[in-house]
Design a protein around this ligand. Structure first.
Ligand code: DLL
Length: 450
């Protein structure tokens, strides 16, 4: 394992700042951002006033801990103030807009001033460097370009790092594989589900692993388990690292796993203050406890957010990291709170099912969860593909085949034993489930139609 002195950092001084200097920096920046909001965002000012906060509360802040007295923000606040109601900069200073990937109704809109774009590029350059990226690397960027923050956010970070970027975006998978072969990228950026799609396409086309030079994959934008990491690493013979972010807080590059520790994602705490709260009561939980992740942005001008509830479930880790960075880490996101399924009284997240499915060697890592309702009871059907090897051994895929039924039973038992879950399992032929080109759709909720 690397020692401190070997660790490459994009901004060593910042990334190894002492905790007391960090607190002072955070406090100074927090006061500035709160003042900005107070003077420029009437909706939030009103909400502060309703919570008994006035201008002197802000100017007299002694400690960042005092944040706990401020009201939360939620995604619905952005929707309710669509499109620019929460902006704290005049439009003539807003250089770029992005939208978050909402599936229902109006999207949530975020804006960036010139300085916001600067900070974002720095955060993404830091993230790439933490993952093992270096100036001169060829970086293949398969995050979608456009309103989604993934493509352009990482693009400018990679340029800032001094890398050569291949702006591939999502889709046209065979062409992407050809470019990986011909350009020899060392690093790839993609959602884990799209990377899996690419890896399987390579297998199906008989493209040898040695014809590409990838060493590192930086995956995020959707929940993925350690089991999925193991699959991607063994299929592609790369180091698979986790990157996190969300449009409302900035985009990708809010936190990043370091290649030295590969255990939790460093949050760039000079730019964002993280908190973990009990999602039911809103109470702040101590480091190490699982709860909902909340962020306050410290430098954002166009649309600062104060105590923004991400809806993402994880823990904060304050222990020092082997890489020498002093910023706290967050554990991998376990799930989005919204994605919790309640099936016959059992509460569970898709990631828990993923863990079980990926532990069985007969199954390919392609699955979908179909939720429905029969006679007021929620039902779940787990659809999962079997591997090509299995079909090779059996001759052909045939519903009702005795081995298929016993495999089905095995999966049902595993889900019952590990999660207490009673679910129908439907084994699927290889390549029959839809493949992702961005964020995977893991749950198909048929209840929403009625
Ligand atoms: O997904 C930003 C991003 C782009 C992050 C590329 C990483 C890489 P949104 O579209 O606004 O932004 O979606 C944000 O995606 O609240 C999480 O629920 C989920 N998410 C993002 N990164 C991760 C991750 C981008 N590493 C929402 N693990 C967030 C789990 C993630 N979930």
């Amino acid at each position: 394992m690397a020692t401190k002195s070997e660790t490459y950092m994009w901004d060593r001084e910042r990334e190894t700042i002492s905790r007391s200097d960090l607190k002072n920096l955070q406090l100074a920046r927090l006061k500035q951002v709160l003042e900005r909001v107070w003077h420029n965002v009437p909706t939030l000012k009103k909400r502060f006033q309703e919570a008994g906060i006035d201008e002197t509360t802000i100017s007299n802040l002694q400690d960042v801990e005092a944040l706990k007295d401020f009201p939360f923000m939620k995604k619905s606040d952005l929707r309710d103030n669509y499109p620019f109601g929460l902006f704290a900069s005049p439009m003539k200073e807003v250089n770029r807009l992005h939208c978050s990937s909402g599936t229902k109704g109006k999207p949530t809109v975020v804006g960036y001033t010139k300085q916001d774009l600067e900070h974002w590029a720095e955060a993404c350059a830091r993230s790439l460097a933490a993952a093992g990226g270096r100036p001169g690397d060829i970086i293949h960027n398969s995050y979608g370009y456009g309103l989604f923050t993934g493509g352009l956010g990482m693009h400018y970070g990679a340029e800032r790092l001094g890398a050569t970027v291949v702006p591939a975006s999502g889709g046209r998978t065979q062409q992407q594989i050809m470019l990986l072969q011909d350009f020899g990228a060392r690093i790839i950026l993609a959602t884990p589900s799209y990377m899996l799609n690419m890896a399987y396409t390579m297998l199906e086309l008989g493209i040898p692993r040695d014809s590409i030079k990838l060493e590192i994959g930086i995956f995020g934008a959707e929940p993925w388990t350690e089991e999925m990491r193991a699959q991607l690493e063994s299929l592609l013979k790369i180091q698979a690292l986790d990157i996190y972010g969300l449009s409302e807080v900035m985009g990708p590059g809010v936190s990043m796993e370091c290649i030295e520790g590969k255990n939790g994602l460093h949050i760039w705490e000079d730019l964002f203050i993280p908190e973990i709260i009990d999602p039911k009561t809103g109470e702040v939980l101590p480091d190490g406890e699982e709860g909902e992740l909340v962020f306050t942005t410290l430098t954002k001008e166009a649309i600062p957010v104060i105590r923004y509830r991400t809806g993402d479930l994880c823990r904060l880790m304050a222990e020092p990291c082997v890489c020498g960075r002093t910023f706290k880490r967050m554990t991998k996101i376990k799930a989005r709170l919204d994605d919790m399924l309640i099936i016959r009284g059992v509460n569970l997240y898709p990631s828990e099912i993923e863990k079980c499915l990926l532990s069985m060697e007969e199954l390919a890592p392609h699955y979908q969860l179909v939720v429905d309702r029969h006679k007021a009871l929620d039902t779940l059907e787990v659809q999962v593909e079997v591997t090509e090897e299995l079909i090779g051994r059996w001759g052909k895929f045939e519903n009702g085949h005795v081995e298929l039924s016993s495999l089905c039973e095995g999966i049902q038992n595993l889900l019952k034993d590990s999660l207490g879950l009673t679910a129908d399992v439907k084994l699927m032929e290889p390549r029959s489930l839809p493949r992702s080109e961005g964020k995977a759709v893991r749950v198909v909720d048929k209840r929403l139609k009625s």
